[in-house]
Design a protein around this ligand. Structure first.
Ligand code: NAD
Length: 339
């Protein structure tokens, strides 16, 4: 089944990471929209769209559309999603779904009323290393997830010289507000923060958390690392078990092997020794380990009414609620530090 998609926002992320995934999943980009005429025309040419718009309301009214996709920014995500739902169309939106929790909740309410899917671009759930980890964690063999520690860093480029960290929270931290509870298999129950700023725009936030299932953890998120280096790392602790995910493509699963040095017969036992995985980047296979391809495959399934694990707007509401809680705590820390 081929569906006709109207796409809003033909910027860097959409045209490089998302739109190329649609045709593979029988999603035909029938119409595109961008306030930047050149960006819209280029995307129409690249992806074979017949119609080009500058106004998202006109795109949503384009005849024959089955669904809307967009990657613009929080204000347009909110307004255009409400308009699409009013037309009875399901929607894919990049994160963040809106500028705040209240507007995200408004989308969720409208989606419930229209009984249509609104899917959020939380592709970190789909990154190969994270998926392998989650599947191991779900198995009985791992046992209770006791703790998670990691870092998720960014560059000062977007934020340099600005003491307004709202973009950092909305465009960056929101991913981990979704990923951490997803990996832990349980919502956050409690959050705490510590903050360090070296100069305006260069922030380091340490987020401490406890989940409803008792998992505890801490993650460092900041804007003071180069994006030319790996910026994500996660360690998940169980009892005599540990999973490490480096740069989303190096996975190690440590269990409880005996010491080897004094055992002349020592070998590697599949049941207890360390398992590891990394991809083969020389294979001529169109693999996207970052997760965009797998996410869009699930978006397509949801749009076609097939079984899909794609993150829905209610999960976006949960992430935005945690984000607001975290940013309020950061605000309190700033106040304390000024005293
Ligand atoms: N999930 C991820 O890994 C990931 C990565 C990058 C960006 N994103 C998200 O994607 C979104 C876009 O990011 P980007 O880096 O591509 O930004 P961008 O600025 O390159 O692209 C946004 C595009 O939207 C267009 N636009 C702005 N206002 C518009 C309007 N009213 N109607 C139609 N088009 C409009 C702009 O002209 C631009 O072409 C953001 O929400 C960002 O957080 C997600």
């Amino acid at each position: 089944m081929t569906l006709n998609i109207g796409w809003i926002g033909c910027g860097r992320h959409a045209s490089q990471m998302l739109m190329p995934q649609l045709a593979k999943n029988d999603l035909h980009i029938a119409a595109v929209c961008d306030v930047n005429e050149k960006a819209a025309a280029k995307a129409a040419w690249h992806f074979g769209a017949d119609a080009v718009y500058g106004d998202f309301l006109e795109l949503i009214n384009h005849k024959g559309l089955d669904a809307i996709g967009m990657a613009v920014g929080p204000e347009v995500h909110h307004a255009a999603t409400l308009a699409a739902l009013a037309k009875g169309l399901p929607v894919f939106i990049e994160k963040p779904p809106a500028k705040d929790l209240a507007n995200t909740q408004a989308i969720a309410d409208a989606a419930d009323k229209a009984q249509k899917s609104v899917i959020i671009g939380f592709q970190k759930r789909y990154a190969t290393g994270n998926r392998i980890a989650r599947n191991i964690l779900k198995s009985e063999a791992f046992g209770p997830i006791m703790g998670l520690t990691g870092y998720y860093m960014n560059e000062p480029a977007y934020f340099a010289g600005k003491a307004d960290y709202s973009s950092f929270y909305l465009h960056h931290c929101v991913h981990y507000m979704d990923l951490l509870p997803w990996l832990a298999g349980s919502p956050f129950a409690d959050l705490s923060v510590r903050v360090n700023v070296s100069e305006p725009g260069h922030i380091l936030v340490h987020l401490g958390f406890e989940c409803e299932n008792g998992s505890i953890g801490s993650v460092a998120m900041g804007t003071m690392q180069s994006r030319g280096t790996p910026t994500e790392s996660m360690t998940i602790m169980g009892d005599h078990k540990r999973l490490e995910i480096q740069n989303i493509i190096h996975v190690k699963y440590f269990r409880h092997p005996p010491f080897k040095a004094d055992d002349r017969e020592a070998t590697l036992e599949p049941g207890v020794d360390t398992l590891c995985w990394e991809p083969n980047f020389t294979a001529a296979a169109n693999e996207d380990h970052k997760g965009y391809a797998a996410l869009i495959a699930d978006v397509a399934a949801a749009f076609k009414g097939e079984a899909s694990a794609a993150p829905q707007i209610h999960e976006g509401v949960a992430a935005m609620a945690s984000l607001e809680q975290m940013t309020a705590l950061v605000g309190q820390e700033f106040k304390k530090q000024k005293k």
